[in-house]
Ligand binder design. Structure first.
Ligand code: ZN
Length: 295
């Protein structure tokens, strides 16, 4: 009898979760707040996340640590912002938040240790941009919704700036997929600042229209399409090879020290150019964001 009851409860829980999961995959904004389902989803995700954190120490050492762009195909390109030839880094047009905005961050799961790290390093941007980050427990009023390994997602990613509001109302907008209790401070810092760079509208620096990387394309495909990444050819094109068109972004001088740059293995370039793992804001990152969100 007890077994049967557990089974029914489990089945119900699975149905609720599946239903919610389907909703999350849709890009249609929803306004109804199904808080019971949200609570269950958060709890289940948190449980899974904790379980994985217990067992992932070794395997994570070889996990690829580059984030995957979350660009919306239907992004409207807004051309009313003037390009400035002195600006650095890459801002995707139409993703900029209102200057001076306080961005409310909601955590879908995760330990207080990781939540504190996230908000602490997110604020590195606020030292230079006229933006503010606060934590909220009210999902409905949040601007950025952060999860850790939600749906077992081992990737780290974020939607770009206002896309979170435009296309992801009530849904997760950022994921951290490779943190655990042994993750080094520099790795936490690097990944969190990078994802929050996306969250305030910045795109990948190596995809800048003026990036100078001479990729050895066959090697790049081999590398990223093979294990452990196993990306599709299109994912490699979108995330590594295809630079943005100048009309889609604000950019100019290329900054290989940007926190928004992937590490580049010299074996994947035709001229041996290398970019290391950038673990903190570059001077150009700071200057650029200051001009985008001026005080
Ligand atoms: Zn990224």
């Amino acid at each position: 009898m007890m077994y049967k009851r557990c089974l029914i409860i489990l089945t119900l829980a699975t149905m609720m979760f599946s239903c919610k999961k389907d909703q999350m995959q849709s890009d249609i904004p929803t306004t109804s707040d199904t808080s019971a389902v949200d609570a269950l989803e958060s709890e289940m995700a948190a449980t899974r996340s904790d379980e994985e954190n217990e067992t992932d120490f070794e395997s994570d050492a070889r996990t690829p640590r580059v984030c995957v762009d979350r660009l919306t195909d239907s992004d409207p390109i807004i051309l009313d912002e003037r390009d400035d030839v002195n600006e650095r880094a890459v801002l995707r047009k139409g993703t900029k938040w209102a200057n001076g905005k306080t961005l409310k961050v909601f955590f879908m799961n995760g330990s207080s240790y990781l939540r504190n790290k996230v908000i602490t390093y997110a604020r590195r941007w606020a030292n230079h941009a006229n933006l503010h980050f606060v934590v909220t427990n009210n999902k409905a009023e949040s601007d950025i919704r952060v999860g850790f390994k939600i749906n077992r997602d081992r990737g780290s990613w974020s939607y770009l700036g206002k896309d979170a509001d435009r296309y992801r109302k009530g849904k997760q907008t950022m994921n951290f997929g490779w943190f655990n209790r042994k993750t080094e401070e520099s790795e936490l810092r690097r990944t969190i600042i990078h994802e929050f760079g996306h969250a305030i509208g910045l795109a990948h620096e190596h995809l800048s229209p003026v990036s100078t990387i001479n990729w050895d394309k066959p090697k790049v495909y081999d590398y990223y399409m093979g294990p452990p990444n196993n990306w599709t050819r299109k994912q490699v094109d979108d995330n590594v090879l295809n630079r943005y068109k100048p009309r889609d972004v604000r950019n100019t001088k290329y900054d290989p020290l940007s926190i928004m740059h992937y590490p580049v293995d010299p074996a994947l370039t035709t001229d041996g150019q290398a970019v290391g793992e950038n673990t903190t804001l570059s001077d150009k990152d700071k200057n650029f964001i200051k001009r985008i969100y001026p005080n």
